[in-house]
Write a protein that binds this ligand. Structure first.
Ligand code: NAD
Ligand code: UDP
Length: 343
């Protein structure tokens, strides 16, 4: 079993991945400054993972940009590998506060990599994003597609991928995976952990579930005139538990193979339109989801769907859950926690 450092482990994807890693028997140190999360998520992760898990999860409240905080996190126990989730992720905010995004996402990754080298740890899984494909020329999108981000958030992800490529080429021993997530959604089926956005959600799923639960009156569908079957945008939604299991498979591949740089899409390969998502959510929740067709949102592409074949070849991993499972589990979380973790 490995000892792993998880940056941003209290967040949406990090918390579900911590649970899967604990269930696989690993021990974890989580470094999080709780800027977009609550310690309550980790408390519930331990509750779900069972009695021995509390001894295998250490929480360090700190910042990934801070040398001292990183030192503290690395000193919990010798670290076999790092999963790096910590970062800022709101596209609109990245346009109004680009330096904050470069500082946290790129500067934070840079500090982490120095600390890893200083502690003789060279195995890293990095949370990248399909956003770096921008407006794709072909769909489904293979990893070989051009990296052409269209906003500062995407630029920071592309910059970190470049930094990791340079590092892997500079010195032997690094084992690095850049995982390009498509649209992570859903929740653990228990309804105990899930996505808890701050303020008005930017993303489709939390918005729909907050409308269904009565926190918001109506959803704007951004564009009814896209070149898609029903005119609404199409995305590749991946259940967060499939994504978490993808991290476990990636870690196993890195820890059991030679040095390498892996760049993989994590998606299902199946697209759903906004209207299909609304209809499935309505059917499963039994709730009304009033919506109006609004104008297109700046920066949106019509269709974004992963080509997931490389991840299946390299990891033996593919998604197991569908849109029905996503809506059922996301709704269970929203119903049981209408105000999220109430931080
Ligand atoms: P999240 O905001 O829920 O989790 C990020 C975590 O990092 C939070 O717990 C936050 O408190 C922590 N954090 C932020 N800045 C920090 C800092 N300076 N030091 C320490 N901790 C810090 O986001 P998420 O959805 O779980 O995303 C995790 C990662 O995956 C991010 O890097 C994000 O860019 C990437 N990603 C997310 C999506 C998505 O749609 N959710 C898609 C593609 C990529
Ligand atoms: N969307 C929408 N209304 C919303 C939020 C999103 O119609 O309130 C659409 C958006 O245009 C896109 C899809 O839902 O077609 C997924 O958007 P999201 O912001 O969740 O993820 P993105 O693909 O932009 O990262």
């Amino acid at each position: 079993m490995a000892h792993l450092l998880i940056t941003g482990g209290a967040g949406f994807i990090g918390s579900h991945t911590c649970l899967v890693l604990l269930e696989a028997g690993h021990s974890l140190a989580v470094l999080d400054n709780f800027t977009n999360s609550s310690p309550e998520s980790l408390r519930r992760v331990v509750e779900l993972a069972g009695p021995s898990a509390g001894r295998r999860l250490e929480v360090v409240r700190g910042d990934v940009r801070s040398h001292e905080d990183l030192k503290q996190a690395f000193e919990v126990a010798p670290v076999d590998g790092v999963l790096h989730f910590a970062g800022l992720k709101a596209v609109g905010e990245s346009m109004s506060q680009p330096l904050r995004y470069w500082d946290t996402n790129v500067g934070g990754s840079r500090s982490l990599l120095s600390a890893m080298a200083a502690h003789d740890c060279r195995t890293l899984v990095f949370s990248s994003s399909a956003t770096l494909y921008g407006y794709p020329d072909t769909v489904p999108i293979p990893e070989s597609a051009p990296v052409r981000p269209i906003n500062p958030y995407g630029h920071t992800k592309a910059a970190v991928e470049r930094m990791l490529g340079d590092l892997a080429a500079s010195e032997p021993g690094w084992r690095i995976a850049c995982l390009r997530y498509f649209n992570p959604v859903g929740a653990h089926p228990s309804g105990r952990i899930g996505e808890d956005p701050n303020g008005i959600p930017n993303n489709l799923f939390p918005f729909i579930s907050q409308v269904a639960v009565g926190r918001r009156a109506c959803l704007d569908v951004f564009g009814g005139d896209w070149p898609t079957a029903d005119g609404s945008g199409v995305r590749d939604y991946i259940h967060v538990m499939d994504l978490a299991e993808g991290h476990l498979a990636t870690l196993d591949a890195l820890l059991t193979s030679g040095e390498q740089l892996l760049t993989l899409n994590l998606g299902s390969g199946r697209g759903y339109s906004v209207l299909e998502v609304i209809n499935t959510f309505r059917a499963i929740s039994g709730k009304a989801v009033p919506y109006t067709i609004a104008s297109r949102r700046d920066g949106d592409a019509a269709i974004t769907v992963a080509d997931p074949q490389l991840a299946e070849q390299r990891l033996g991993w593919k998604t197991k859950r569908n849109l029905h499972d996503i809506c059922r589990d996301g709704w269970a979380w929203q119903q049981a926690n209408p105000k999220g973790y109430s931080r």
